[in-house]
Design a protein around this ligand. Structure first.
Ligand code: SF4
Length: 418
């Protein structure tokens, strides 16, 4: 379930059923205005809705005013330990300030920040980290780290409420994926405020993306989480944004840019699909429309599961074919497959999103497909289709039924209906 409450970070709604917002954090020295602004423009271009900047020193707080003024997306100031920096960030016009009420100098300092934020109408993000829980929860942390994390978050929520401050979102960060999932599930049931999700120090682009996809994906599929950040060990913050979007797109929570589908390849592959897929992916980044493009490693299946794709290619040793919505468009030499694919896509946009088909070329492509298709081959796709058909058959005769209405956001759950 989405959070009950909604807040606004700048003009971006968070929670209360708003689309899950994508955020990232700059990796530059914040006070280096040119470098910070260049990175903010890159992450905004990649699709970040919100950007966070670290404010560990006076000079970073001083740079904030210009950053907020020049940034195309709302800016969150990330503060630790120093409440005066939080006050300065608020006065500099930050659209939100992130702080950990446990390390900012005590409840009276939190009260000063909350008072100023209230006067300015600026939201706060209050966060707890598994590595820095209050002393009285250390023993509980040892016995039950999830309960300790949630208890700390609830205590901070109660502190903010006691200060008459409710314009906030909450985050609980853990390096453990299971603890991230369990604690956010528990907290979402206990508080009405928006949740920011992330797996802290997730790792490199490869392992960090996977950990985040598993941790955040599990929660998002259940409708938990209102804004996300993927933490990756890279200086290129836009990579974090791209991963966040892939997670949201995979769950069909948001749409942005094209969707690339590619077969996993197998022994039937007859051309260098690795480099073809990489090239297609790279060139698709220039398009904003959510068209679906498919790459199949062979034509043995026919167009099969790529039937719904707006455009696709399939290849053999010397020749390949371009298709659209299951219908062949033209046959082309393998080395020109990618260029011709993009020529067709551009023609489609130039014609006002209409597929332009040359009947003679399409007939030639159909004949090529008929020659290369093999209806008897047991390909991975056909085996998967057979398994799915078998599962459907079994589901029909079982009291367990697939009920998509149970999780309208994204999930598909099995419920007992009989
Ligand atoms: S059989 Fe399927 S997985 Fe194998 S290359 Fe052809 S399309 Fe790809």
């Amino acid at each position: 379930m989405a959070s009950e409450r909604q807040i606004f970070v700048g003009d971006v709604p968070i929670g209360g059923g708003a689309p899950v917002a994508v955020q990232t954090m700059t990796k530059t020295e914040t006070a280096d205005l040119a470098a910070t602004m260049a990175q903010i423009h890159r992450v905004a271009q990649a699709g970040a809705d919100i950007v966070r900047v670290a404010v560990p020193r006076e000079k970073d707080a001083e740079a904030l005013q210009a950053i907020v003024r020049e940034s195309p997306i709302p800016v969150i100031a990330d503060i630790h330990f120093n409440y005066t920096l939080a006050l300065k960030a608020l006065d500099a016009g930050a659209h939100c300030v992130r702080l950990n009420p446990g390390n900012i100098g005590g409840p009276d300092k939190v009260a000063l920040v909350a008072k100023r934020a209230n006067e300015l109408g600026t939201p706060l993000r209050i966060g707890v980290n598994s590595g820095s829980l209050p002393a009285h929860l250390r023993e509980l942390e040892f016995e039950n780290p999830v309960e300790a994390l949630v208890t700390a978050a609830v205590e901070f929520v109660e502190l903010m409420e006691s200060l008459d401050f409710t314009n906030f979102k909450v985050s609980m960060k853990s390096t453990s994926v299971p603890n991230t999932i369990a604690s956010n599930r528990m907290l979402s049931a206990r508080i009405p405020y928006p949740l920011h999700l992330g797996v802290t120090e997730a790792g490199t682009k490869w392992s960090g993306s996977l950990k985040s996809a598993v941790g955040l994906g599990t929660l998002l599929a259940d409708g938990i989480g209102d804004t996300i950040r993927i933490s990756l060990s890279t200086f290129h913050a836009e990579e974090e944004v791209k991963v966040a979007w892939e997670i949201l797109k995979a769950l069909k929570l948001r749409q942005r840019g094209p969707v690339l589908i590619a077969c996993p390849t197998c022994g039937r592959l007859q051309f260098d699909m690795d480099s073809v897929v990489a090239e297609v992916e790279r060139r698709l980044e220039q398009y904003e429309d959510p068209i679906e493009v498919s790459v199949l490693g062979c034509a043995v299946n026919g167009i099969g599961e790529a039937r719904h794709a707006d455009f696709g290619i399939t290849g053999a040793k010397d020749m390949g074919m371009i298709y659209s919505h299951g219908e062949p468009l033209k046959k082309v030499p393998t080395e020109r497959l990618v260029d011709e694919l993009f020529a067709e896509i551009d023609r489609y946009y130039a014609a006002g999103k209409r597929v332009v088909r040359d009947e003679a070329q399409a007939a030639e492509a159909r004949a090529w497909l008929a020659e290369n298709e093999d209806e008897t081959a047991m390909t991975p796709e056909r085996m998967a289709a057979m398994e799915a058909a078998q599962a459907d058959l079994e589901a029909d005769s079982s009291p367990l039924r697939l009920d998509e209405a149970v999780s309208p956001v994204a999930g598909r759950r099995f419920t007992r209906t009989g």
